[in-house]
Write a protein that binds this ligand. Structure first.
Ligand SMILES: [Zn+2]
Length: 120
């Protein structure tokens, strides 16, 4: 069985390549089947930070912005056929599944300034 890695954005364990190798960010163009983040592309093209290429020290900011956009847009699953049925609510990820996934990547969700996040 192939080893899978957690997405750094949504926490879903479905990446074929590790986005972090020895703590270094890898632009490996792997796409998360849950949130759709493409490593090496989305941080430059799917968030608007005002850079053509997001500088390395702002990668984490780009991740946070993408996560916020994705959650606020309703957590639409990019590749629904790749996600277990019990994780889904139609085309979207279940909120309680999201919380578990974010905990699995040690994300502190207590101070999330994301619309709708604390309303559930
Ligand atoms: Zn993801």
């Amino acid at each position: 069985m192939e080893k899978l890695y957690n997405c750094l954005i949504c926490g879903y364990k479905g990446l074929i390549q590790n986005p972090l190798s020895d703590g270094e960010y890898q632009k490996n163009f792997d796409i998360c089947s849950c949130c759709g983040f493409e490593y090496g592309y989305s941080e430059d093209h799917d968030v608007k930070l005002g850079f053509i290429v997001t500088p390395d020290h702002l990668i984490e900011v780009a991740f946070q912005l993408y996560r916020k956009q994705w959650i606020e847009a309703g957590m639409k699953i990019t590749q629904p056929e790749a996600i277990p049925e019990e994780f889904k609510n139609g085309a979207f990820l279940k909120f309680e599944v999201l919380v578990k996934q974010l905990e699995s990547i040690n994300l502190n969700t207590e101070n999330f300034e994301i619309k709708g996040f604390n309303e559930y």
